[in-house]
Design a binder for this molecule. Structure first.
Ligand code: ADQ
Length: 471
């Protein structure tokens, strides 16, 4: 394969301290290192009201990291505005939280054009381009307008909604049109791919002309489900070694032999944290024997605090956890430990391994890597139980989990009780099936599968074959 160019809103540049990067960064860096290439994106900084300086380019081995600042208006309209207050809630089925504004929509398309203009001079004719996520949907259309003929792929990390949900968004036709400028569209699950296909048809934008082959706006392109994985073997190794880590040791001592239920999520309304706390409270109410015998640790770094819905949620979750602790806790027992910190991956792996239950109950999630990390971190001789929302993409793969509807508080509470009493033999059987799957379908495979399909010569579109057969 020729050079690889990756573009994502934020870029994972290796840090000087050598902190372990997340699975996605590890896989993309490995692919970039192998083929040589560029990873471009936003630096995370604002240039205020001044035009951003030229790209800052840094070389690490075979990879050039290229970062740009954005103006404050761009940050507000493109990132905080359209990406995080329109596309994110719509794709997570939260129509009630979507805040439209013409200004923000214009800003979104403008920043994509800006990225395209900064990127295009770096591109060589046979480079393969891989664009990531909902911030950058219009990027390929902008690059095509500038005359680029390269193969360009797009992977959506979040769900793709059904046609009726998407149609709520005023510029949905423009967004769909932008997607037809790619050669390959990757979704997390077959459900997302089906939703996309039905959006094309329902809105009369295009058609599925063969399995995974689409035609719209005069272009033919492919779509597929590529479920993202984690660095399974490496994460399991972190977890094995973590027992001796002082922070993990302290955590174990501090629960004083109680069962640990663990939840790990960015603070986001899609993650179902308030429903989860409610379910935990219900579990304790229904199972009084567990009072003072179980601790629920919720590790939740703050995210997107500049967006009003997130700020409101920070307060709501903290108050809710405080209220439950006040009502149920005793002088020697705090039922919920709620922590707003980022934790290093080796320590996180160790905490997952302490958890008798991994509680992963998003209301909607593209995949959810926490569910996969929790499974990878378990002790094969005494694995914990994953309680997983059926609305996470991961539920399509992790069949050994106890699947729950997170809106059903009673059912989630019952799953906690079932998980805590599950016999060892059943826990091992469920865990083994999931772990074998995760070892086979890790993040390196996800990356290779997508790039293989992107670089493979496009199969002849079905409609062109038909045309040739007509005398
Ligand atoms: P996210 O919404 O961020 O990702 P998720 O898949 O769960 O959700 O990934 C979160 C990552 O952050 C995990 O690797 C987790 O370990 C890490 N993390 C969470 N809390 C942490 C903490 N306190 N300290 C350190 N690390 C923490 C989006 C989509 C998902 C999709 C991913 C990847 O929303 O559906 O699975 O992209 O495609």
């Amino acid at each position: 394969m020729s050079r690889l160019i990756v573009i994502s809103n934020r870029v994972s540049v290796p840090d000087k301290k050598g902190n372990a990067a997340g699975g996605l960064a590890v896989a993309l860096r490995a692919a970039l290192e192998e083929h040589g290439g560029i990873w471009m994106g936003w630096s995370g900084n604002s240039s205020g009201d001044k035009e951003p300086e030229p790209l800052v380019m840094t070389d690490h081995g075979n990879i050039t990291y290229a970062l740009t600042d954005l103006t404050q208006t761009d940050v507000e309209e493109y990132y905080q505005g359209f990406a995080n207050r329109v596309l994110w809630p719509i794709c997570h089925y939260r129509l009630d939280l979507a805040e439209y504004g013409r200004k923000e929509m214009d800003g979104y398309f403008r920043v994509n054009r800006f990225f395209a203009h900064r990127l295009a001079p770096l591109i060589q004719p046979d480079d393969v381009i891989w664009v990531h996520d909902y911030h950058l949907i219009p990027l390929a259309a902008e690059l095509r307008q500038m005359g680029l003929k390269n193969r360009i792929g797009f992977f959506l990390h979040i769900p793709w909604p059904p046609a009726d949900v998407l149609a709520i968004m005023p510029v949905h036709q423009e967004i769909m049109r932008s997607l037809s400028a790619y050669d390959l569209l990757g979704f997390q699950t077959d459900h997302d791919l089906e939703n996309f296909a039905s959006c094309l048809k329902r809105e009369e934008i295009g058609d599925e002309i063969g399995p995974g082959l689409f035609s719209a706006h005069g272009r033919t392109f492919r779509g597929g489900a590529y479920s993202i994985g984690i660095e399974t073997a490496a994460f399991a190794d972190f977890a094995r070694k973590a027992a001796s880590h002082s922070m993990v040791r302290k955590a174990r001592q501090s629960i004083e032999g109680r069962d640990l239920i663990i939840g790990v999520d960015r603070l986001d309304y899609s993650k179902g944290i308030t429903q989860r706390i409610e379910a935990f409270e219900r579990f304790l109410g229904d199972n009084p024997a567990y009072q003072n015998r179980v601790t629920y640790l919720q590790v939740t770094p703050k995210s997107r605090s500049e967006v009003p819905e997130y700020e409101a949620m920070q307060q709501a979750v903290a108050e809710q956890a405080g209220r439950v602790n006040g009502a149920i806790g005793t002088v020697d027992w705090v039922p919920i430990r709620y922590i707003n910190r980022s934790i290093s991956r080796p320590v996180l792996a160790g905490l997952y391994r302490l958890g008798r239950i991994g509680l992963v109950t998003p209301l909607r999630d593209g995949m959810n890597l926490v569910a996969k990390e929790y499974v990878a971190a378990q002790d094969p001789d005494d694995p914990g139980v994953l309680v997983l929302s059926r609305f996470a993409g991961a539920a399509r793969e992790l069949k050994g989990a106890l699947l729950v509807n997170p809106y059903d508080i009673e059912a989630t509470a019952n799953a906690m009780a079932r998980g805590l009493t599950m016999p060892l033999e059943e826990r091992q059987r469920r865990w083994r099936g999931m772990m074998d799957h995760l070892l086979e379908h890790d993040v390196a495979r996800w990356c290779n599968d997508f790039l293989k399909d992107l670089t493979e010569e496009a199969k002849p579109p079905v409609n062109q074959v038909t045309l040739r057969l007509v005398p």
